[in-house]
Design a binder for this molecule. Sequence first.
Ligand SMILES: *Cc1c(COP(=O)(O)O)cnc(C)c1O
Length: 404
Amino acid sequence: MDFDRLFQAQLDDLKAEGNYRIFADLERKRDAFPRVTRHGGDGPSEVTVWCSNDYLGMGQHPDVVRAMVETAEICGAGAGGTRNISGTNHHHLLLEEELADLHGKEQALLFSSGYVSNWAALSTLGARLLNAVILSDALNHASMIEGIRHSRAGKVIWRHNDPEDLDRKLAALPADATPIVAFESVYSMDGDIAPIAEIVEVAERHGAMTYIDEVHAVGMYGPRGGGVAEELGLMDRITLIEGTLGKAFGCFGGYITGSAALCDFIRSFASGFIFTTALPPAVAAAARASIRHLKTSDVERRSQKIQVEKLRARLDTLGIPHLPNPSHIIPVMIKDPVKCRQISDILMDAWGVYVQPINYPTVPKGTERLRLTPGPLHSDDDIEHLATALNALWRQCALARQVA
Ligand SMILES: *Cc1c(COP(=O)(O)O)cnc(C)c1O
């Protein structure tokens, strides 16, 4: 049997649709971000990254890198085991304390990634709570969807960011159901933010548990970087807050926070927590340094907001269409997978600007886009260069402008 032919046939379909993914071969340089070395093409070149989730540049922050290096010097490279069997390092416990404090919760629990934390927590809650029904926002992340699916619990999808639809769907559940409302704060592809207060109110009225993914908000929103729920003073009304250490915190790993009983429950029953090697202690120490820094420093958050507003204003002057939203994410809409790829290629090759094209299935077909994430390390000159490049491309490709 020629299995490769089977693989190739499906890959060819992807390519024909323009949805085949090509990864940029990058080498990040400490102290140079958002400048990185790009390999490939005509040899290595320097490009500016405009689509990183290292939103605040914490991946190269001196305190963070120092914590990682020093801890590796002391503890070595790996954790040496699962959390259960010899792998629990003191640095994991310090980090969990830091995270519980960040979200004002009794406890926190670390996972290999944000993806794994959503998958493991939702699948355990859905599988083990009697008559669990998970009410999932229509645009929830793949990791939540996979967790819900794996749980085999009842699943009800409510209209994106629509508390009234959630209300109707909660009201329609049988009386013996255990409802869990799962949603995000900042949605990463459109950059819109959930009406958290209304959702929490509806959930409370129906006695439902609330599960929020704050992956694209932690570090960046709220006075201490606790996320949008912190900014709104709602953290104590949400049952479980999930986040990542890999985006604004600039490191790696995921977590949940909640009551001591909730965390103990997930710790004790989640296969995705139990049967896997713990995070390297050096990574845990680096993440903790990053969280501690962002708890007290507002410089990065303020400067990110300023650069986001500057870029939005420049795009508006040039009539380059982008989705309006209240977050730090600027989706520039192309609405065609092939064009989106081409524009991204030209930006990279001719302008030294790296923006990954976002195509199906990450976003619905026909809504292909360039997702820009300005941060505190993008200079005004970087913004001007990007605006000039996009303006030239809009002319060159005769793309539609948006009149203000
Ligand atoms: C990236 C992402 C995750 C996964 O987090 P990782 O730490 O990258 O695994 C979870 N939820 C959302 C909404 C995400 O965008």
